[in-house]
Structures are given as C-alpha cells and as structure tokens.
Write a protein that binds this ligand. Sequence first.
Ligand code: M6R
Length: 582
Amino acid sequence: MGYAGSGNAGKTVYEGLLKLEYRGYDSAGIAVLSGGKTELIKSAGRVEKLGVPAQKLGGTVGIGHTRWATHGKPNDVNAHPHRAGSVTVVHNGEIENYAELKAALIAKGEKFLSETDSEVIPRLINNFYEGDLLAAVVKCARMLKGSYALLAIRDGKEEIVAAKFRSPVILGPGDGCNYIASDEPALAGKCRSVCVLEDGDFAKITKDGFEVYDENLNPVRRGLTANEAREQSLVLCGYPHYMIKELWEAPAAVKNTLTAFGEVSGKVRAALDGAKKIIFTGCGTAYHAAMLGKRYFAEIPQISAEAEYAGELRYSPVYPCGKTVLIAVTQSGETADTVEAARLYRDAGATVIAVTNCPHSAISRIAHVVVPVCAGPEICVAATKSYSAQIAALLSMAASLVDGAHIPVDAGFAPELISETLENMDIYALAEMCARSRGVYFMGRGIDYAVALEGSLKLKEVSYIPGGGYPSGELKHGTLALIDGSTLSVFIITDEALAAKSMDAVEQTLSRGGMVAVITTLPQVQAQFSRRAEVIKLPECQKYIAPLSAAAALQLLAYRVAVILGKDPDKPRNLAKSVTVE
Ligand code: M6R
C-alpha cells in the first residue's frame, strides 16, 4: 500500500493495510517520508499492532506492507519495509535468484539484516542510485528473476516508485493525493477508478499525479477502470466474522453470477464450439469447483473433460488433441499456479476461459473469454460464497452448451436452495462431534466426492483438525484403517444413482465402530441412518444443484467448529487469501 498526498501518510497507509490484511497477516510495517527523512515501524503480528505508532508517524508520503512469509520466519526483522542506505522498499512476490544476488552484494561489502529474498531489492536500488530513483528501480528490476510488486521511496524526495511483474499493482487517483496498492479493496471509499498496471510497468507516484513507464522509461498509457470494491463489503455489518457474513451472501453471489452469465453465454458457446478436450484447473477450493466443472461437462457426449491442480498442470507436458479448452477457476485471478497454467495453455494454442471473481486480475488478461463470478470482495481467507458462485458459473456453462438436453438443471432455484439450507439446518450437534474428533474424513461419490474434498479443506483450514476427503468406494482400499471410535466420517449423499453404493460405505464404517454423519438430500438415506448416525437432511433438489446446498452445510459446519474451538475462521494460521507466489 502506498500514499502520496498532504494528509497523514502513516494513518492512511495503516488504514489501507487493514483492508489488505486478508492477503497476509504474519507481520506488517510502514515507512513514511517526514521532513525529507524516512521513519519506519514494523512488527511481527497483525497490522493492528501498528495502529497507534502509525498515527504518530505522520508524513505525507508512505508505503506499507502486510506479509505472508515465503523466505524467513515471520519476525520483526523479516517484516517489510526493508531499508538499505537511503532507500526503503516493500515487496510482494518471490525473487527466485535472490541467493546469487545476495552473494554478489555480500562480496561487495553489503551487510544483510534479514533472511528475506526481498532485502536484495533495496540494496540493489541503493547501489544503482545516481540521482534518479525510477532509473535505479528499472536497473534493479532487470536483475530480478521471479515475481514482484514493489514500492520504493528514498530520503529527500516526496515520491514513490513502483515496479510490477507477475504480482498485481493498481494505482488510484484520490482527492489531492494518489494511492497505490496490491488490490482494489485497499482503495474502497478512496478512489472511484483505478489504473491496473501490466507486467513490465514502472510508475512514479506523487501528490500531484502518477505516470506509468516501460523499462526504457518511455511513458505508457494505461486507462482507468471503475473500482468495484465497496466499503460495505469490508465491514462486518454486525456479524462476528467475515466467514459467516460471506456464507450468508452466497445466495446473492449465485444469483448475480447466473444473471451475469447471460451476457457472456454467446462468447462461451463460441469458445467451446468444437472442443474435443476440456481441462479444468485451479488451486484449493477453486480446484474443487473445477472438479465439479469436470463432472458437469462429463455429461456432455463427445467431450473429454479432465480436472488437474494448476500447480501440477503447469509442469505437465501439453498435448493439444483437437481443439483444447482450458477452463481456469480462480477467485482472485492472481494465484500464481493458475495464472501460469493458463499462460502455458494459451501459448500452446489452447482456448482459455477464466472463471473469476476479479475482472481486473492477471487471469482476465490472459484468457480469451472471462466468465464473471459475481461474489463481491471475499475477505475471509476460507472461500465460501466465491465457491458457490463458481459452481453456478460452471453449471451455467455446461447447461448452456447443450441447451439443457443433457444437464436438465433449474439453476434459477439455486439461490433459494442455499438460503433454505442455511435457514433450516441444525448443525450444532455435528459441529460438537467434529470438535471432539481426532480426525474427520469426508466421503462421497461422483459429484459428492468433489464436494467432500471441499468440506474437508474447509474444516482443516479453519479448525486445524486433521482429516481428508475420499471417494466412498476408496474407503475399503486403505482409509478404513484410520476408523475407530475417535474418528468421524462425514458422508455426502445426494446422487440417487450412486446412493446405494455410498450407503454400503456408511455401513462398513459403522461396523468398525467409527462415528458417522450423513449429509443427504435423499429421504431413503435419512430413513436408513437416522438412528445410527448424525443425519443432516438437506432440501430435496436436482443432483446438479445439490453441491450448492451441501457446500453451504459444510461451510457452516466448518465455521461452527472453528468457533467452538476458539479459532479465528477469517485468518487461519499460516495462510493468505491470494497466493501470488509458487
Ligand atoms: O484465488 P484463488 O481462487 O485462485 O485461490 C485458490 C486457493 O488458494 C484458495 O481457494 C484456497 O484454497 C482457499 N483458502 C480455500 O478456502
């Protein structure tokens, strides 16, 4: 986050960092230029720790950072900003050749203070400085391999210089001031429009304006686009946590996504026309949505659908066979593995469709077609409403392709289905069972297996209870060995055609003395297990939209468990919302 104006820079940067904290929260720091000199505060822990000292910093130009550690522990020294001579820098991303740069700088007599890769940046800039900070940043950038969104200031001059490569940077004009940040929410309520920098861009920001340059210092024109982030999305509005607030926002997110799909359906159909192979990709929760996408498209004859983790896909050989379409699912649009997998496939000649919640993101600039996910800013690190909206987008895509012939789905009912699920579900007893369990395993078949994986990820990330997600049929091939009276198995059963098979797996688990819960839309499943297991009955619905109901139940379950265990569901340990590094 950066600010150049005439107000209190320390306070402004601090307020921006609070809005960006979901991107990393293990340490934070702020540097301001005050009377030509740089004043710096930094500390391990949450941004809030800087509140009082930041107010006192003052200054009229400032930069700040909230960190998710990649190199070096989250402690005071490794926190950004990093300083060398008169130069102070904050950096997002990863410098892959930092070890060799560091060795060369040490050989020249530099003394490093931190264990970070980032510290090479201020040291290089300071070495290259010959009266022009922008020129020194450009020279530094030429040395760097990896990804960077960096801001630099220097004693004596009221300006910020920025550089961007493979990590996001936006600029925003304010009222008598200018801002720079890594994401739009930081500028909510401050800038109505933003300028999104491209890879290879450099920028100079002062109180009076900002200019963008290429690496030869030629000015570059970048237009302004509307800043969609609203302050309303960044406050709790009476909810105790963002996770529960955002869970309740899922019906609107799904509704808006279904509506928005109408505007791109023609382009999507054209992009998919004649496709022989469709590969779905993403990371974490987005990958679980991608798995559902694969299941939906697998119903369409003559199309081969696959799903693969983006981190695996980007390092696998690319074999286009006939027309290949890559469908990349990503809430942030900035996840490094997903962005790089999309770039790889685009460069290999495949058509790329991005399903994303962030229209100004990196993936949107790579994709041939963008399918909007209209979930609004998601602050909780654990994805909830964005996952539901991704499912709605993928379902709309599959249904539109075959005009409902193979996927007879009433997606219009989905928002109501989620509301009904959340309103009527009594999940407390199951949450208590989870909280007492040594391990929690989620099982399902077909579509339910994809949902089981997400249920497991959600619970792990907010409760830290170990477990996993498995296909019900795989249980007997090994996982059954884990089952005893201290473990809980949660079965998701919504697909009538596969229900009998999943019910066999429930029986096998009960026979081994394991605790069992069943989450189902099917009355016959409820009837069979209501006396022997904890049964959560979901509203009856078509199997294709059942994942939306089951996901709401599993998200609420994970939230309740986190609360019972006293964990912060919004900021799980060790995680960050947007993983822009490998
Ligand atoms: O922004 P993306 O959707 O690309 O993020 C992918 C994952 O990092 C993300 O879904 C992560 O798994 C969430 N923390 C899950 O709740």
